[in-house]
Design a binder for this molecule. Structure first.
Ligand code: FCB
Length: 444
């Protein structure tokens, strides 16, 4: 495939539709010794947590190679670059700004502006400073106020350099994977931990957004959530009920409070010990209007009623999967966007992540990532259909610019549209990346 195909009249073929590529600080930056330790450093140093035993000490060596990486981004012809700021690089132990860390982001943002590439900046993409985790991390309500203080200092210092701020990336992953399922840093478990950390993350979002309204009134300020739509295995009422509950628990838990100021009904099923403490004013802070909602989508889950498991996921055996085992099911992307649009009065939507992991090989200077190209082709078309159905989507970011540290999977899973050789740090645009550039260039 030389380029992704979309209907002639599609909004996605117009120049006004924004395209970008996305990364996150811990996944690409490296240079771990020039910042404070974070929860992911600790998690990586714990035996058995990362599949290939790797860590983020060097990653894509982006702190050294960032100018070349900006050349690469520019060469893809994108309108925007989504990156995250490293809290442990920007803030010192005493809570003050770290001048060297700040200068790095100032230089990067200035260079993006000089190249006419819009910056979509996420303030928290999971790298919580370890000293805050030592005080309870997201289980401690005070961390939300620490976040607001960090946002205040950083957004004031960056001035008008940032086109768009997102407070958090995927609070589901931080709270559920990090504090409830133990799969991500800091590796805690238990429903109470998951639900309490989720509330403090949402509170941090609300406090952070309130700060941004003052310090960055001209930026597009919002939040990025991820969704794994839930489908029943059969039409039986029992399967349908499980899928509905799972949707509340994994997806709506983060969207509904932001849109309506209320947790889903499932909240009432929590025991008193599991329930977060909700103080007066919290839900109003959490449900402040957003300038945009970032939606991250990769796959769906299928659920069945099972006496031993509240949310039993069924593996769809004959479905096509990506290298990370996620089913390719673009219909869920369409269903997700249209159902959200029906349910809530949504702000403008940006697809802030979408992409596929592949067992890519660099051969004769090329990476023929056929499945990833198909994935993008299918998902861009599902997105087009959702736009046709009336969903207000303004932009799309491919995850990811380049292969990087894929959290608990280490470097074994490659999501880039650019291949990274970790021995040489050489970058090679994959076929999917060339096809992306062609689509972007062909817009009218
Ligand atoms: C998302 C994360 C991102 C990346 C992709 C594959 O959940 O936001 O950092 O790991 O998944």
């Amino acid at each position: 495939m030389s380029m992704y195909q979309l209907p002639e009249h599609s909004l996605l073929r117009k120049k006004q539709f924004l395209y970008g590529v996305a990364t996150a600080s811990f996944q690409i930056e490296g240079a771990a010794d020039s910042r404070l330790p974070c929860i992911w450093d600790t998690f990586c140093a714990t035996a058995g947590k990362i599949k290939d035993g790797s860590d983020g000490k060097t990653a894509c060596d982006h702190l050294r190679l960032w100018r070349d990486d900006l050349d690469l981004i520019e060469s893809l012809g994108v309108d925007a670059y989504r990156l995250s700021l490293s809290w442990p690089r920007l803030i010192q132990l005493d809570g003050e700004l770290n001048p060297a860390g700040l200068q790095f982001y100032i230089d990067l943002l200035d260079e993006l502006k000089a190249r006419n590439i819009k910056s979509f900046v996420t303030l928290y993409h999971w790298d919580l400073p370890q000293h805050l985790e030592d005080k309870g991390g997201w289980l401690n309500r005070d961390t939300a106020y620490k976040f607001a203080d960090y946002v205040e200092k950083v957004s004031t210092a960056l001035g008008d350099r940032v086109y768009s701020y997102a407070t958090l990336n995927e609070p589901f992953c931080s709270s559920f994977l990090g504090y409830e399922a133990g799969i991500h840093a800091p590796g805690l478990t238990g429903r109470g931990n998951g639900r309490k950390s989720a509330h403090h993350l949402l509170l941090a979002h609300g406090l952070g957004l309130q700060v941004l309204r003052r310090t960055a009134p001209h930026s597009l300020n919002g939040l990025v959530l991820n969704f794994t739509p839930c489908y029943p295995h059969t039409d039986s009422p029992a399967d349908k009920a499980v899928a509905e509950q799972a949707d509340q628990y994994y997806n709506q838990w983060y969207l509904q409070p932001v849109m309506t100021g209320q947790y889903p009904e499932y909240f009432n099923r929590l025991t008193d010990e599991e329930k977060p403490v909700i103080e007066a004013g919290d839900m109003a802070l959490i449900s402040q209007p957003l300038d945009f909602l970032g939606v991250n989508f990769y796959t769906r889950h299928v659920y069945t009623a099972n006496a031993d498991h509240e949310f039993a996921v069924v593996e769809i055996k004959d479905a096509e999967k990506t290298d990370i085992g996620w089913e390719i099911y673009p219909q869920a992307f369409y269903d997700l966007l249209t159902s959200m649009h029906q349910k809530y009065k949504l702000p403008p939507i940006y697809i802030t992540e979408n992409g596929a992991a592949g067992a890519d090989k660099l051969e004769n200077g090329q990476v023929q990532d056929e499945q990833r190209q198909r994935y993008y082709q299918l998902h861009l078309n599902a997105l087009h259909q959702a736009v046709e159905a009336g969903v207000n989507v303004q932009g799309y970011f491919a995850w990811s610019l380049m292969d990087n540290f894929e959290w608990a999977e280490g470097y074994s899973k490659r999501f880039g549209i650019v291949y990274v050789d970790y021995n040489t740090q050489q970058r090679t645009i994959k076929q999917s990346g060339h096809a992306y550039r062609q689509l972007l260039q062909s817009r009218v």
